[in-house]
Ligand binder design. Structure first.
Ligand code: PXP
Length: 237
């Protein structure tokens, strides 16, 4: 059965919209654990647009399940990871102007820098996963780099405009998953997964961790809305 890594970045996005203290992603992590999350995932971006250094440090001390840090291959980020020591680092691409992570890390084009990051993280005893597109060349390069796991990018599947296109992307993911299994790497996946589209990906043979953020945080805002309004209303009476 696939496991669930809850990405809490967007709780921090909401807090950063006001540069205040609420909602605290650390609280969200605890609640996610109570809900059964198998892992807590955060992306400490170089531009610090949502998760802050303080969040990562407090999460390292409070998260009881697996803490998965998404980070760019930049040396400064790897240094932070080696100091904080999350259970797993998932290396991701990062561009300042993007709205969210677009596509997997190109480990063929950035082979030397990725290898250097992987080596430093391994020396610090941290498990490394590479967030890559489900293409044979990317998977082969990831296997060569000696990482424990890959996270297959499900964005193309999630964004497919038609059923036929979605099916084609699922076939790609399924082929990629078979290669990953054959190489005996851990098989993770994520990006753009929702309550509607997650099941076929969760059913892929050997699927490990699914990292899901936006859809869970979006639903949390709406399912909690009535109670939040009622609580404010009761203070007025
Ligand atoms: N996995 C990776 C590597 C990501 O970068 C993200 C987005 O930060 C996710 C999973 C979660 O994606 P979403 O927020 O669309 O569920």
């Amino acid at each position: 059965m696939a496991t669930l890594g809850v990405n809490i970045d967007h709780v921090a996005t909401l807090r950063q919209a006001r540069r205040t203290v609420e909602p605290d992603p650390v609280w969200a992590a605890s609640l996610a654990e109570l809900g059964g999350a198998d892992a807590i995932t955060v992306h400490l971006r170089e531009d610090r647009r949502h998760i802050q250094d303080r969040d990562l440090e407090v999460l390292r001390r409070t998260v009881q399940v697996k803490l998965n840090l998404e980070a760019a291959i930049a040396p400064a980020m790897i240094e932070i990871a080696c100091r904080v020591k999350p259970d797993q680092v998932t290396l991701v691409p990062e561009k300042r102007e993007e709205i969210t992570t677009e596509g997997g890390l190109d480990v063929v084009a950035h082979r030397a820098a990725t290898a250097a990051a992987v080596e430093r993280l391994h020396a610090a005893g941290i498990v490394v996963s590479l967030f890559i597109d489900p293409s044979p060349t990317q998977i082969e390069a990831a296997v060569d780099l000696g990482v424990a796991a890959v996270e297959l990018h499900t964005g193309e599947y999630a964004n497919a405009a038609t059923d036929a296109a979605r099916h084609a992307e699922l076939v790609e993911l399924s082929r990629g998953a078979a290669m990953v299994r054959q190489a005996k790497l851990g098989l993770n996946a994520g990006h753009g997964l929702t309550y509607r589209n997650v099941s076929p990906v969760a059913r892929l043979e050997g699927m490990g961790e699914l990292n899901i953020g936006h859809s869970i945080v979006s639903r949390a805002v709406l399912v909690g809305f009535i109670q939040a309004v009622r609580e404010m209303k009761s203070l007025l009476s």
